[in-house]
Structure formats: structure tokens, C-alpha cells
Design a binder for this molecule. Sequence first.
Ligand code: RP5
Length: 155
Amino acid sequence: MGSQSDWATMSHASETLTSLGIVHECKVVSAHRTPDLLFEYATEADTRGLKVIIAGAGGAAHLPGMCAAKTHLPVLGVPVQSSMLSGVDSLLSIVQMPAGIPTGTLAIGKAGAINSALMAASILSLNDESIKAALLSYRTKQTDTVLANPIPGEV
Ligand code: RP5
């Protein structure tokens, strides 16, 4: 994520990954404040064994796009809700990548953070049966919870 202030949002991605048993690391790497670290992180990601990168950032959110420019690994961008423009600035900064360097863009805020983890799990499940089982179990539990909780008074 681009700042410690993004952790309130991105912790939801981390918690979801943990609940699925997916080993991961959480780091602050800023496209603006630590650009050399970002280049190093993205350039070395593949050889370090990373498979998917989730990049959460707010405002002029260059982090996912710049990260994707320096690695062929899938980069999932989470627009963090900003105080001035409610995250619409973050969303547009991440989603409108010119052709050639893609970023997968999730929803603004908590929902996007959770879904970034589920999307990462979906990608990893293509080559990992235990993650596939964990993801299917997560979805089944979610469905069962909805079905077990009808609108009060309308059972
Ligand atoms: C972005 O600037 C970060 O991703 C964060 O969402 C935003 C504000 O950062 P702080 O000023 O709170 O550190 O780079």
C-alpha cells in the first residue's frame, strides 16, 4: 500500500488472505515518496516468488500502474477512499490504464480490498488445490449465511 494510512482499508485484504490460508506480506511502498523502493520491489517480485501483487492507494494513485509497469505479475489495484473526493480520484487513477500495461481494478474501499484478496485467491487457485478448496468453502459459507438469514418476519 502507498501509506500507513491505507492500512485501515488494506487490512481487510490481509485478513481475507489469512482466512484463506494464503501466505502474504504487507508493505508500505509509495510511488511518490519511495519511488526507488517501488521499482526494486516490483522488479524483484517474480524472482522472490511472489505470484500476485495487491496494490492499494488513494488520491493520485499511481502505485498499481507503476508497479504493473515493472513486473509481468498480475497487479490488482484497490482504490482507497480519499477524504477529498471519496475515492473517485483513486478509482480513476487506477482504472484508466492505457493499453499495454493492465491493472485489475477493484471497488473503492473495504469491498475492493476484500475482493482483491478473493481475486488473488481465484488466480492462485488455478495451480493450487488447497487454495481452490479454501475459496470454494468461503463461497459456500457465504451463500449458506445469506440463506440462513431471511428478512426478519418473512421466514
Ligand atoms: C497515497 O496518498 C496513499 O496511498 C494514501 O492513500 C494517500 C495519502 O497518504 P498519507 O498522506 O495519508 O500518507 O500515496
